[in-house]
Design a protein around this ligand. Structure first.
Ligand SMILES: CC(C)(COP(=O)(O)OP(=O)(O)OC[C@H]1O[C@@H](n2cnc3c(N)ncnc32)[C@H](O)[C@@H]1OP(=O)(O)O)[C@@H](O)C(=O)NCCC(=O)NCCS
Length: 346
């Protein structure tokens, strides 16, 4: 049990950090202490992921949302914010400085305890010495001792080094997803082509929901704030919910020969970034998605940026054809929780 301490934020942070038993078997590996280590860890992660500071001494990019993917954080669920402002994890300290880090983000979903592993980073001068493996092994042991049902992480598909390490530790690929971006282009004036785009297709809501569940599988739904079915539903209840929550949702269904083939919802809430949720009917012509995306671009307010997260490979050309550019492709990997064998916790 964490020791309860008084004293506002300092007390809270201490309570979080001392909840991990100090390590005795290793001189270098110890629990992350938010009060003491946060700055060093942020700098290490920036160095390892973004190359650190530029010649002028400014941070070239930041964990806190200055990079392109960081815009995501403004509308991101608490899970992503926790990833960027880690409270829990382990560091590797050597030569009087922190040269390795792993963050842990615990949360619950439908009664299941899930841990996300993030910010795995080792200083370039200290690589290939087993530091990442030791940190990861400790993080896995931490999650399993706390009865995690599953442990997840995501990694860019081009990061063969890290993927090799994660596979070695028992992580198995579960999904590959690409984040796409495009700017609003009201000048397009809307989609004109082979599909009819229906604005308010209440009668197909059941099907739309089914397709969206395939495109955004429940296995990963803990990571996303959406699909938030209350916000998307096309009835009065959905309208009230959007009003109260301040969401603005535009939705279209692509129809051909009387059959609905795809759905897209553009969700905004007063920021310049709008999030798109899109899905195709099984075996539908992917150009239905192109039509929907062109429609979304032309109906978004000027200077808005549109984000789409979609399963990689399934409709890449159709998404490109609507003027979207890939920002990153992430491989989602999962390791077993408490039921895992001791092999992964060596
Ligand atoms: C990925 C990273 C954390 C590895 O750190 P590390 O301390 O050098 O890794 P380790 O020494 O513990 O190596 C563990 C395993 O990773 C793999 N690996 C590490 N570096 C590798 C390389 N240059 N080439 C191939 N495989 C490599 C190997 O499987 C290795 O096991 P082995 O040494 O028994 O063959 C480090 O390179 C890093 O910080 N990279 C930049 C940030 C990053 O990509 N983080 C992961 C994002 S999800």
């Amino acid at each position: 049990m964490p020791k309860v301490q008084t004293g506002a934020i300092i007390g809270l942070m201490s309570a979080i950090t001392i909840s991990i038993r100090p390590e005795s078997e290793c001189d270098h590996l110890r629990p992350f202490n938010a009060m003491r280590d946060l700055r060093a860890v942020v700098e290490l992660v920036e160095l390892c992921f973004y190359g650190g500071t530029d010649k002028g001494g400014r941070r070239s990019r930041s964990m806190h949302g200055m990079d392109r993917a960081g815009r995501f954080l403004r509308w991101s669920p608490p899970i992503l914010q926790a990833m960027s402002f880690p409270h829990l994890g382990y560091v590797w300290e050597e030569d009087g400085r922190i040269v390795g880090n792993v963050s842990l983000v615990p949360f619950r979903r439908r009664g299941e305890r899930v841990y996300l592993i993030a910010n795995v980073a080792v200083h370039p001068d200290y690589r290939r010495r087993g530091i990442a493996r030791a940190l990861m092994t400790r993080a896995l042991r931490h999650a399993r001792r706390r009865k995690a049902n599953s442990i997840w992480l995501h990694v860019r598909t081009e990061n063969a080094t890290a993927i090799r390490l994660y596979r070695d530790l028992g992580f198995v690929p579960r999904a590959e997803r690409t984040t796409w971006e495009a700017s609003a282009t009201p000048a397009l004036g809307g989609y004109r082509g082979a599909f009819r785009l229906v604005h308010n297709a209440k009668r197909w809501w059941g099907r739309q929901r089914h397709w969206l569940k395939i495109a955004y599988p429940p296995e990963l739904a803990w990571y996303y704030r959406f699909p938030n079915w209350h916000a998307l539903r096309p009835d009065l209840w959905g309208g009230l919910y959007r009003l109260v929550m301040g969401y603005h949702v535009q939705r279209w269904v692509a129809v051909q020969a009387g059959q609905p083939l795809g759905v897209l919802a553009r969700v905004s809430w007063g920021e310049r970034v709008d999030v798109l949720w899109a899905a195709l009917a099984p075996k539908a012509d992917p150009s239905a998605l192109t039509a929907l995306l062109i429609q979304a671009r032309s109906h978004a307010p000027p200077r808005h940026i549109l984000w789409l997260d979609y399963p990689t490979g399934e409709a890449d050309s159709a998404i490109r054809a609507a003027g979207f550019n890939p920002q990153r492709t992430l491989l989602w990997m999962r390791a077993e929780g408490t039921s895992a064998t001791s092999g992964a916790t060596k």
